[in-house]
Design a protein around this ligand. Structure first.
Ligand SMILES: C[S@@+](CC[C@H](N)C(=O)[O-])C[C@H]1O[C@@H](n2cnc3c(N)ncnc32)[C@H](O)[C@@H]1O
Length: 336
């Protein structure tokens, strides 16, 4: 396996010229996984020609992502609407929780040459979809039964022998604790770590001492930092919605073969969007996976944003360009 490593003070990049299935085992656990793989449109060698084949194609990959995921891992899944809809159920069965779908609107410029209404009997397609998933986080109760966080919180508090109304007193609110964090209904909120810390202290002081300490995780008494990592990261960026109005790449960011002037990879994603995926769901120093790297746009963005990136690209020629792009970070265009 050929490998490119690029390490700087604030980011570590590894690209393997390999099938992603041979890489997952040795990559460290990710904060965010960005999947821009087969779309089921025969777009590159190995891409199935029909979206119905995608669940079978992705099944071993999804199993590996799920095995490596942490409670705070986010998964971004790129595709066509139909391709994604075929794979969604498999992701859910593997513990991935649908959060929201984003639409990349490439704009009317992308319709050029695609509008002969006599031969093409449909509206021009100028979009791709990118769907955000988080983990279904489960914790064991005292009997070893795996519970959702919502049920686990209720289960632990029940052991204290105290009424649920006391959770409000514990964190100094009128009814927010029972209404939001200890509710049984669908409108449950993840308690902020500092709020839960107060509830835990109260439970340990006034609850039935037989079961203290309460709200321990992995055998360790409650810690604010551990609790913060029990859900996916979301660093909101103002000004962005779930529609990205970003033209497809034409300018200097598009990597082109200097001899032919042609684009090297038609699926190269704009760094503006990839930056958004990385920044909203990870922090500096975190690990990002990009199993289907193409021209390694994700790694390229990680270098700027101070994240570590592990990626693989199966095609040798594409890998070579991606490697150059990462090794010579100033390389923006015209390779060859
Ligand atoms: C949609 S492109 C990714 C484009 C990339 N996001 C970019 O901005 O350049 C998907 C890439 O996955 C690669 N690929 C397909 N199957 C693979 C596999 N099993 N392991 C690693 N790479 C694979 C293809 O060769 C292709 O370059």
């Amino acid at each position: 396996m050929r490998r490119t490593i690029n390490s700087s003070a604030n980011s570590f990049i590894e690209i393997d010229n390999a099938d992603a299935l041979d890489c997952y085992e040795h990559w460290p656990a990710p904060a965010s996984i960005i999947i821009d793989g087969p779309y089921g449109i025969g777009g590159f060698p190995g891409d199935p020609t029909d979206t119905v084949e995608l669940p079978k194609w992705y099944a071993p990959h999804i199993a590996a992502w799920s095995k490596a995921a942490l409670p705070y891992t986010t998964l971004w899944f790129w595709g066509t609407e139909l391709g994604w809809s075929r794979v969604n159920q498999l992701l859910e069965l593997n513990g991935w929780h649908y959060e929201q779908a984003f639409i990349w609107n490439k704009g009317i410029g992308h319709a050029a040459g695609n509008v002969n209404s006599l031969t093409i009997r449909r509206a021009p397609v100028v979009t791709e979809i990118c769907v955000r998933y988080t983990r279904d986080v489960l914790l064991p109760n005292r009997g070893g039964e795996m519970l959702s966080l919502q049920n686990w919180l209720r289960d632990e508090w029940s052991l204290t022998g105290l009424p649920f109304s006391k959770t409000n007193e514990a964190c100094g609110v009128k009814n927010a604790a029972t209404r939001k964090y200890f509710t049984k209904d669908d409108l449950w909120y993840f308690p902020p770590a500092e709020t839960l810390e107060r509830i835990v202290a109260f439970a340990n002081e006034f609850g039935n001492s037989q079961f203290a300490p309460y709200f321990s995780i992995n055998g360790r008494p409650f810690q604010v930092e551990t609790w913060k990592l029990m859900r996916a990261k979301w660093n909101h960026i103002h000004g962005y919605t779930n529609v990205w109005d970003v033209p497809s790449l034409h300018g200097k960011e598009r990597l082109k073969d200097a001899r032919t002037g042609k684009s090297i990879h038609y699926n190269q994603k704009p760094s503006e969007i990839i930056n958004y995926l990385i920044q909203t769901t990870s922090d500096p120093g975190d690990v990002i996976w990009d199993p289907f790297a193409g021209l390694a746009t994700v790694a390229f963005c990680c270098q700027n944003l101070g994240r570590d990136c592990y990626c693989s690209e199966i095609n040798e020629e594409t890998f070579d360009v991606a490697s150059d792009r990462i090794a010579d970070h100033s390389l923006l265009f015209n390779v060859g």
